[in-house]
Design a binder for this molecule. Structure first.
Ligand SMILES: [Mn+2]
Length: 114
């Protein structure tokens, strides 16, 4: 059976670090043989649009268009539920990566893994 897809994403309308983190972490997972892609909800901030254009980087997939119930999700640069798309089912989230995670980890994700 094939492994379910991992979507790396973050806040809706992500800022540059959220956008870059999603792209970079999805690339790392792919290089480690995982079925992973970056996908973003909403429209990235203008700084991110500038970087896409200046460095000729393909914009990640639109998460609203590709997310399905079998996907597993990794959230990057996201520490507050208020910025998360309501299309995200917490049960699908397998990991959250944020430099604030020890302090502000989304409480619906359960205890921090060591
Ligand atoms: Mn950020």
């Amino acid at each position: 059976m094939s492994q379910s897809r991992i979507i790396v994403t973050g806040y809706s309308n992500p800022d540059l670090d959220g956008t870059a983190s999603a792209i970079a972490y999805a690339e790392l997972l792919k290089k480690k043989g995982k079925n992973a892609i970056a996908a973003l909800f909403g429209t990235p901030h203008s700084e991110a649009q500038f970087v896409f254009k200046t460095f000729d980087i393909d914009k990640p997939a639109q998460a609203e268009n590709i997310l399905n119930q079998k996907d597993r999700l990794i959230l990057v640069d996201a520490s507050d539920l208020r910025g998360i798309s309501n299309l995200i089912d917490p049960k699908q989230v397998i990991k959250q990566i944020n430099f604030l995670m020890q302090k502000y980890r989304l409480n619906w994700l359960g205890p921090v893994q060591p």
